[in-house]
Design a protein around this ligand. Structure first.
Ligand SMILES: Cc1cc2nc3c(=O)[nH]c(=O)nc-3n(C[C@H](O)[C@H](O)[C@H](O)COP(=O)(O)OP(=O)(O)OC[C@H]3O[C@@H](n4cnc5c(N)ncnc54)[C@H](O)[C@@H]3O)c2cc1C
Ligand SMILES: *[C@@H]1O[C@H](CO)[C@@H](O)[C@H](O)[C@H]1NC(C)=O
Ligand SMILES: *[C@@H]1O[C@H](CO)[C@@H](O)[C@H](O)[C@H]1NC(C)=O
Ligand SMILES: *[C@@H]1O[C@H](CO)[C@@H](O)[C@H](O)[C@H]1NC(C)=O
Ligand SMILES: *[C@@H]1O[C@H](CO)[C@@H](O)[C@H](O)[C@H]1NC(C)=O
Ligand SMILES: *[C@@H]1O[C@H](CO)[C@@H](O)[C@H](O)[C@H]1NC(C)=O
Ligand SMILES: *[C@@H]1O[C@H](CO)[C@@H](O)[C@H](O)[C@H]1NC(C)=O
Ligand SMILES: *[C@@H]1O[C@H](CO)[C@@H](O)[C@H](O)[C@H]1NC(C)=O
Ligand SMILES: *[C@@H]1O[C@H](CO)[C@@H](O)[C@H](O)[C@H]1NC(C)=O
Length: 531
């Protein structure tokens, strides 16, 4: 790759020099139309594949990776072009053309961003989407238990290919198989293995990144602050992560899955109240999360072992669940992935379906997140269940993911993801609506009211939020959302931003600001005392 890159450089420079003149000419004629024409010309001279709004497949390609249909509405600003790179030099060339022609770039891997920031712009402004969906190779080395995975791969493709190489290796990342590696890893990434093995980013060894100058950098050449920042601080503020080298983790040949449902009439309020104390303190290889919806709590679990071993653990620690052998489903780890997320009829091959979705395609949604550090009292849980019974929350849901184990053992400053020791569990609130019958106004209001109601019972100063559950309600001010997503890590993110993209070329509605905007420039150690 290095050799073809070197050959490519002179050609690229020749073209870009020509076209920087062109762009410059059009820019001073102050027409954004001309600037976008210059950008297109620059791409075409570098033979970089691109779709314009007139291309037959533009709409199909744009919508193929829109995971929240509320952003398909015409009211959202659409990209001028979709760039479709098939190799590294296309990505480098796109950044160089973008810089020269003052065209901003949104990078999209799997398109699951909760606010759609990988393919839309809230502030009306010209931009293009750099769509990485064709860069999705996964190469597994089972001898060293490592893999290189390109950002455009889905989690399902990663899990499947790891399994093809070795049935005793896995990887700790999210549950939804269509989530893209690029966004997921750069924002943290957790799933059913997080208590045993931590986050996806806790298992990243190296990366390849294209920076705002179009350079291809690795862990060493980007420097330790930038390598730290892109593992949880969001890749989009720093560059384009092309691929990740990860450490794979051992999984046993037999795992046990269960889904035990308790209705409010059967005592769900008590069992959830108890769960808060139990789930974060169980052995690391037992993960029990809760889905609270429709007046019941579904306790969904992955245990890295057999039913025989699990049964006494459950009766010793959580007898309230009335768990018994008939609740156990033993299978392989790879079978558990589609089983848990896509249902009991799904197969391992379904993991390769890049566009399948567990959700009906026409459901818009709004989501928010919280972290809980002190168990919520029983009477509050009773009120929560009552709020979930309101008609606006007919498709409302809370997902509780327990912490403890490895995820909480990693120091807060080891990665930008700061929600570690002391967190009992994470809450995700989601409310859905059918796009055919509503615009989501009442459902969005319900979730915001719920968030207000929960304030006294969740983390505070700052009220923590998970970066991968992006929420523009947290506001425009970095001083507000920075500490929520990153706690004391946020000044170091500004510093890393200054090192790699001082000009703030890589920018979106919630990107890390450059120190040039007057944000903190000191090293974070010096700042700690001021929090
Ligand atoms: C149905 C669903 C299920 C989910 N389940 C989980 C889960 O189990 N666990 C969990 O932790 N999270 C989960 N998430 C959240 C998910 O981790 C984030 O939305 C994640 O950012 C999605 O990554 P993506 O590549 O699919 O998204 P995209 O929308 O493509 O990207 C998200 C953000 O990252 C940026 N980005 C994307 N690729 C790159 C790149 N290569 N380089 C630099 N920046 C990049 C984008 O510009 C955008 O700002 C889920 C989301 C959905 C919609
Ligand atoms: C990328 O593809 C182009 C053809 O579109 C080719 O000219 C170039 O050499 C390739 N670059 C690399 C690094 O493979
Ligand atoms: C670049 O574009 C932005 C908006 O997209 C505009 O505010 C800025 O003035 C432009 N810069 C130049 C040099 O044209
Ligand atoms: C990173 O890049 C540098 C410079 O290109 C190179 O010398 C080094 O070997 C690379 N490191 C790794 C781990 O690949
Ligand atoms: C868990 O059980 C409940 C109640 O039987 C059911 O509605 C739900 O679909 C199940 N969930 C999964 C993932 O199997
Ligand atoms: C196991 O639990 C189920 C309901 O969860 C119940 O129907 C069954 O009778 C129980 N079996 C035993 C042996 O207790
Ligand atoms: C699974 O398949 C069976 C038979 O093919 C069907 O009866 C059942 O409804 C399916 N279950 C789900 C959850 O899709
Ligand atoms: C899946 O579960 C449904 C009931 O929820 C059942 O009817 C069906 O037989 C199950 N399918 C398989 C393949 O186990
Ligand atoms: C959404 O729908 C409601 C009722 O149908 C309507 O009152 C409201 O104005 C709509 N809001 C938007 C933003 O379209």
């Amino acid at each position: 790759m290095a050799r073809s890159f070197n050959l490519f450089v002179p050609v690229l420079l020749t073209f870009t020099c020509l076209f920087c003149l062109l762009c410059f000419y059009f820019v001073i004629s102050s027409s954004s139309q001309a600037s976008s024409n210059g950008f297109l010309q620059c791409l075409s001279d570098s033979r970089i594949p691109v779709l314009t709004q007139n291309s037959c497949s533009f709409k199909r390609q744009l919508e193929a990776y829109i995971r929240n249909p509320k952003f398909m509405a015409n009211t959202n600003v659409k990209p001028l072009y979709i760039v479709m790179p098939t190799n590294t030099s296309h990505v480098q060339g796109t950044v160089r053309c973008g810089r020269q022609c003052n065209m901003s770039i949104r990078v999209r891997s799997g398109g699951h961003d909760y606010e759609g920031l990988s393919y839309r712009s809230v502030h009306a402004k010209d931009f293009v989407v750099l769509d990485l969906s064709q860069l999705h190779k996964v190469s597994v080395d089972s001898h060293t238990s490592t893999a290189w995975v390109e950002s455009g791969a889905t989690l399902g493709e990663l899990y499947y290919k790891v399994w093809k190489a070795s049935d005793v290796l896995g990887f700790p990342a999210g549950l939804c198989p269509t989530v893209g590696v690029g966004g997921h890893f750069s924002g943290g990434g957790f799933g059913m293995l997080m208590r045993k093995y931590g986050l996806a980013i806790d298992n990243v060894i190296d990366v390849e990144l294209v920076d705002a100058k179009g350079r291809l950098l690795n862990k060493t050449s980007m420097g330790s602050d930038v390598f730290w920042a892109i593992r949880g601080g969001g890749g989009e503020s720093f560059g384009i992560v092309l691929k990740w080298q990860v450490k794979l983790v051992p999984v046993p040949r037999t795992v046990t899955v269960f889904n035990v449902s308790v209705s409010t009439r059967q005592g769900a309020v008590d069992v959830v109240t108890k769960w808060q104390q139990v789930a974060p303190t169980l052995r690391d290889d037992l993960f029990i999360r809760v889905l609270v919806q429709n007046q019941r709590a579904d306790f969904q679990s992955l245990f890295l072992g057999t039913c025989d071993v699990l049964l006494p653990v459950m009766s010793d620690h959580f007898p309230e669940l009335k768990f018994n052998r008939s609740d156990c489903k033993e299978m392989t780890w790879i079978q558990s992935v589609p089983y848990i997320y896509l249902g009991n009829n799904s197969t391992v091959e379904d993991l390769l379906n890049r566009t399948s979705s567990a959700f009906a395609h026409n459901n818009g949604f709004k989501a928010k997140s919280d972290f809980v550090r002190q168990a919520i009292p029983r009477d509050v849980w009773a009120s929560i269940f009552t709020k979930l019974a309101q008609p606006e929350a007919h498709y409302g849901l809370m997902i509780l993911d327990p912490y403890g184990g490895k995820i909480s053992a990693v120091p807060e400053s080891a990665t930008p993801f700061p929600h570690r020791a002391g967190v009992l569990y994470n809450i995700q609130y989601i409310n859905y609506w059918n796009m055919a019958s509503g615009n989501g106004t009442v459902q969005t209001k319900w979730i915001r009211d719920m968030y207000t109601f929960m304030a006294p019972y969740v983390s505070s100063n700052p009220r923590e939020a998970y970066f991968n559950y992006r929420d523009l309600d947290l506001g425009d001010s970095f001083e507000v959302w920075g500490p929520k997503y990153f706690k004391r890590n946020y000044p170091r993110l500004v510093m890393a931003k200054g090192m790699i993209d001082y000009d703030d070329y890589f920018h979106n509605e919630q990107s890390i600001p450059s120190p040039k905007h007057g944000y903190l420039m000191q090293r974070p150690e010096a700042l700690s005392s001021s929090f």
